[in-house]
Design a protein. Structure first.
Ligand SMILES: [Zn+2]
Ligand SMILES: [Zn+2]
Length: 285
């Protein structure tokens, strides 16, 4: 079994951006209700806010000042803190992998601009921090949210040590390490596309840690246009976990914003955590 960290702060549940507010709290609470947080290999951490100093390593001061006035600054601090802390604890081997809850998005936040419910870019900030503190260089980001991760793409455009595989509208590559693939619209195509397109790229790239942005807005009941069902996400997760186990000693951080109705998050979050911690629950469904 693996040691898995869960990172959450109640601010992310209570003051979530409206598209995520659908079910961040429910997605976390269900872990407690299902008695997953009392498993000896599951560790719960209360997320801490990131510092301004670290934010300014990635984002412009003008942007930071604007985020402070957005009404979502506190949520952005704790959401980013979730991912930064999870990354630190995985890299120091305190835990093997992590499920990090956020209350605002991140992948539409670039160096100087932000939009679409994203205020800071947690993965970019976590990568910056990891490079400074631990000298870790190479990261892979697999983004299966329904929208294009334009902020993340902009920040890492020139950075060949970050592999960004983004499932969105149209197939195109900005470089060998910056790839967009079109989203499939049903479970079967989505799974087969991931299997076909991602594992080889990851094993060639040899990341030291993998992030999975597990967007739930591809669900048929969410606001996107895809038609995935809840049972698809644990299957995608199993494939991504295998990639991490095969290419970087299992170092995987799943970032989840619960941007779908509660019944979806309540199905997905416990199953992803069970998968990360190798608890072998939910086998029959
Ligand atoms: Zn989205
Ligand atoms: Zn894209």
């Amino acid at each position: 079994m693996k040691r898995s960290g869960v990172f959450y702060h109640k601010v992310c549940g209570e003051k979530a951006y409206f598209s995520l507010a659908m079910s961040v709290r429910e997605g976390f609470d269900i872990l407690q209700q299902e008695n997953l947080l009392t498993e000896p290999n599951i560790l719960l951490f209360e997320s801490e806010p990131v510092t301004e100093e670290l934010i300014l390593k990635v984002h412009a001061r003008t942007m930071l000042e604007s985020v402070k006035r957005s009404g979502y600054y506190e949520t952005a601090l704790y959401s980013t803190g979730s991912v930064v802390q999870a990354t630190e604890k995985v890299l120091t081997k305190e835990i093997d992998n992590a499920l990090a809850f956020v209350g605002v998005g991140g992948h539409h936040a670039g160096r100087t601009d932000y939009w679409g419910g994203c205020f800071l870019n947690p993965m970019a900030i976590a990568i910056e921090n990891a490079r400074q503190r631990f000298g870790t260089r190479r990261f892979a980001i697999v983004d299966t949210d329904t929208h294009h991760g334009d902020g993340t793409r902009e920040i890492f455009r020139e950075d060949e040590d970050v592999l960004h595989i983004c499932f969105c509208e149209r197939e195109h590559s900005d470089s060998e390490t910056k790839v967009c693939l079109s989203q499939a619209s049903n479970d079967e195509d989505s799974i087969s596309k991931l299997v076909r397109e991602v594992p080889l790229r990851i094993s060639d790239f040899k990341p030291e840690l993998i992030y999975w942005l597990c967007g739930l807005d591809t669900h048929k009941d969410s606001y996107g246009t895809r038609r995935l069902t809840e049972s698809c996400y644990p299957k995608l997760g199993a494939i991504i976990k295998d990639m991490a186990d095969n290419s970087c000693d299992g170092k995987l951080i799943v970032k989840i914003g619960c941007n779908a109705p509660a019944h979806v998050s309540e199905y997905v979050a416990p199953r992803i955590l069970s998968l990360l911690g190798e608890l072998n629950r939910y086998q029959g469904d």
